[in-house]
Ligand binder design. Structure first.
Ligand code: UDP
Ligand code: UDP
Length: 450
């Protein structure tokens, strides 16, 4: 199996999980990595993965060096991959023994299908986001009028077999059905039925109803097979007793379930004004907190310090009550720590799965992309609550007082806590050895090997 992620840590991590799982089942795995990679985080993750899995072969896909119009650097990489496709064909042709199948990222569907069709190689897609987002993607062309029409933001978009989706959960770029992002979604949607199957990183307790609607053909008649399972971790547990960082020692000292963990993922920086309001919120709500802060879309461009953004007085107050980290952290380890009692999240799907697997209640604050739709999914499942009408990243500044109030609500809600515990228990069963996730992974392996 040849795996081909696109860009961004949130896409690379699930690919590494599936690559690790396939390699552990003795499948021959080739990982295609698109160079130059966009972020340091992606480089570090891939290097570590290849060290841990020497049996996986890396094939470097050197992208054409083209000048493209300014765009989000991760989306720009998708476009560069698309324009460099002849080189992908050369890589696939050069493999010996030949590739039995390709597993590529959703964003590359319309690009890779032309290559695999001409080489007669089966093509599967790995979806890194929620089943709810996949349903939206699959039904997108039929929603076009409702999205671009004059219906209010509270109107519900109807997707067969699902609860209505508030129009407000769809980001502006997808409401403008002529934007490059919308055009790419439609081009990928056009070729759904040409694929051999879709892997979706989810489980019954989180999104069972959505997966059933997808499999039933209600959303797309003739939908290829869907393999829904939680992609297993690829890194072994940290060696106990190894030297710990300052923040790990700080977490160890806090009371169980007392810490608010705040992170907006790998690529959603907050504005200076919004960062100040988050600081005020965290200081006012009187919980110890751990805040992973980022000020640029790509990690290597991040030159600002928290002190420059907050000024001396706020920085001092922040340091009295919590810990701020401006580096890449091992988020799984933080969310799995017994001191963490709540998570303020931008609703990146990987983050949601990590919190759900550890029974941590969430306060969702979507910033863009798929995050509004994911926010609806977590509120529906009951494992998290949403902040409110807080706008998209940079749309306006949400006041610290309001954020603080919602953080307190999350930390004090028994309902959220007990639902999060229930969800964790279900996930534990699903991912146990021989459980439904294991079985579905094996079905996928049998399918592409057959
Ligand atoms: N992550 C991490 N450390 C960081 C930032 C992010 O380990 O400092 C991981 C996080 O655990 C998750 C992924 O990066 O697995 C981010 O993916 P997600 O879908 O949550 O959000 P995205 O960054 O794609 O918006
Ligand atoms: N996506 C999709 N269909 C496509 C291309 C992308 O459903 O043809 C999804 C993709 O998986 C991701 C979302 O659109 O979940 C884009 O989200 P975002 O802007 O937050 O970027 P990303 O999460 O990819 O970093």
């Amino acid at each position: 199996m040849v795996l081909m992620p696109s860009s961004g840590a949130g896409h690379v991590i699930p690919f590494l999980k599936v690559a690790g799982a396939l390699a552990s089942q003795n499948c021959r795995v080739t990982l295609i990595t698109s160079y130059p990679l966009v972020s340091q985080a992606e480089s570090a993750l891939i290097t570590r993965f290849l060290t841990l899995y020497p049996q996986v072969t890396e094939k470097q896909f050197h992208l054409l060096l083209l000048h493209l119009p300014p765009n989000d650097p991760f989306f720009r990489q998708w476009e560069l991959i698309h324009r460099s496709l002849p080189r992908l064909s050369d890589i696939l042709k050069s493999l010996s023994p030949p590739a039995d199948a390709l597993l590529s990222d959703i964003s590359l569907m319309s690009s890779t299908i032309s290559v695999t069709e001409s080489l007669n190689i089966p093509n599967y897609v790995l979806f890194a986001s929620s089943a709810r987002m996949f349903a939206f993607f699959a039904y997108y062309p039929a929603l076009s009028d409702a999205l671009s029409g004059s219906a209010g933001e509270d109107e519900l978009l109807e997707i067969p077999g699902l609860e209505g989706l508030p129009k407000s959960s769809v980001p502006p770029l997808l409401k403008d059905t002529t934007s490059p992002f919308a055009t790419m979604l439609r081009a990928n949607n056009d070729c759904i039925k040409k694929f051999d199957g879709f892997l979706i990183n989810t489980c019954d307790v989180l999104e069972g109803k959505t997966v059933r609607a997808l499999k039933s053909g209600k959303i797309v008649d003739g939908m290829p097979p869907i393999f829904d399972f939680l992609y297993p971790p690829w890194e072994p547990e940290k060696v106990k007793g190894s030297r710990s960082t300052a923040w790990e020692r700080w977490l160890d000292e806090q009371l169980p379930a007392s810490v608010v963990y705040v992170s907006f993922g790998s690529r959603a920086p907050l504005s200076r004004e919004q960062t100040i309001e988050v600081a005020k919120a965290l200081i006012s709500c009187n919980y110890p907190f751990m805040w992973v802060a980022k000020f640029s879309v790509v990690d290597k461009d991040d030159g600002q310090s928290m002190h420059q953004v907050l000024g001396a007085d706020l920085t001092r107050q922040v340091k009295e009550k919590g810990v701020v980290v401006q580096d890449w952290v091992d988020q799984q380890q933080i969310i799995g720590h017994k001191s963490v009692g709540g998570f303020v999240t931008h609703c990146g799907w990987n983050s949601i799965l990590e919190a759900s697997s550890n029974g941590v209640p969430m306060l969702g604050w979507p910033q863009g992309g798929d995050q509004g739709i994911i926010g609806v999914a977590i509120a529906e499942c009951g494992v998290g609550m949403l902040g409110g009408k807080w706008g998209w990243n940079g749309e306006f500044v949400v006041k610290g007082e309001e954020i603080g109030m919602r953080i307190r609500e999350m930390m004090e809600s028994q309902k959220l806590r007990s639902r999060a515990a229930e969800v964790m228990e279900d996930i534990d069963k699903a991912v146990a050895r021989g459980g439904v996730c294991d079985r579905t992974l094996k079905q996928f392996i049998n399918k592409f090997m057959s």
